[in-house]
Design a protein around this ligand. Structure first.
Ligand SMILES: [Zn+2]
Length: 280
């Protein structure tokens, strides 16, 4: 029983999204849209990818980030380990990644449940997004429906404490070094901002997998998400920059102006704000 439970924790911790934000770990397995051999293989790949990318991102000199195009870094605080605690976590433009962390006590004040279909029916904190993002998501879903696109929401807000429990459990089992190669440290998940939502569709059996990007829903999102203030946060081929593999399902709200610019420039959020590459 314990082994199954541990494997479940591991399986939901392997991507930036981690699929689940259940308040009850023992129910986590049900929260994962689906478990399949293919997904296991993908997770194994994620583990490998994130191992190499995390080594690279750690080299980024945090102090250099102050002199960038992002005005949002002015209040950032450089921590002892060289990473940054973001100074304005409530900004819809906040950049969160493996070297730019959210404060542990940051909980968005305006979390609400967007009125969109989810792949599960029960109440759950992960249905939440911040107010502005939730309204934008509703507009996006409505526009998609008009175009005959059936989107389903999977996972939004996830608390620092929830991520911390997952991470610490993995450290107990695998040790810190091994854990850091596949499990997001607390504070580094964009889902804690309340500005992210994982979206999927029946075409991929409501899974969060890369093939979603090739479905009509995934293609529609790539073409139109920016019109409603969202970007596909983890672009294909940008693992070295974002720290994560391609996630066509992970939408991040940044507001229409930035989302449009990011879309037109076809860059990552890190590049858009001049956070990558860092100067030597
Ligand atoms: Zn996600």
């Amino acid at each position: 029983m314990k082994k199954v439970w541990i494997l479940t924790i591991l399986s939901i911790s392997l991507t930036a999204c981690s699929f689940s934000s259940s308040g009850n770990e023992q129910q986590s397995k049900e929260d994962v849209p689906a478990s399949s051999q293919k997904e296991s293989e993908q997770n194994a790949a994620d583990k490998e990818n994130q191992s190499s990318s995390s080594e690279e991102t750690e080299e980024a000199p945090a102090e250099e980030e102050k002199d960038t195009a992002s005005e949002k870094t002015e209040k950032d605080k450089v921590l002892e380990d060289g990473t940054v605690e973001v100074g304005e976590p409530e900004s819809v433009q906040v950049v969160v990644n493996k070297t730019r962390k959210l404060p542990g006590d940051y909980v968005p004040e305006d979390l609400t449940v967007p009125n969109v279909p989810f792949y599960f029916t029960e109440d759950h904190p992960k249905k939440q997004m911040r107010e502005e993002a939730a309204r934008a998501l509703e507009e996006l879903f409505a526009a998609a429906e008009q175009d005959g696109i059936d989107l389903v929401a999977a996972s939004g807000y996830r608390s620092y404490d929830r991520q911390k429990r997952i991470y610490e459990r993995n450290v107990e089992v695998y040790g810190k070094e091994e854990t850091d190669t596949f499990s997001a440290q607390p504070g580094t998940s964009e889902h804690q901002t309340g500005l992210a939502m994982d979206v999927t569709s029946a075409q991929v059996a409501f899974k969060l997998e890369q093939s979603f990007g090739e479905t009509t829903e995934g293609e529609w999102l790539a073409d139109h998400a920016h019109e409603y203030g969202f970007i596909i946060r983890y672009r294909e081929g940008a693992k070295e920059i974002t720290g994560y593999m391609y996630e066509p399902w992970h939408l991040r709200y940044v507001g229409k102006e930035i989302s449009t610019d990011v879309h037109e420039q076809a860059v990552t959020l890190e590049e858009f704000f001049g956070l990558y590459p860092s100067d030597e």
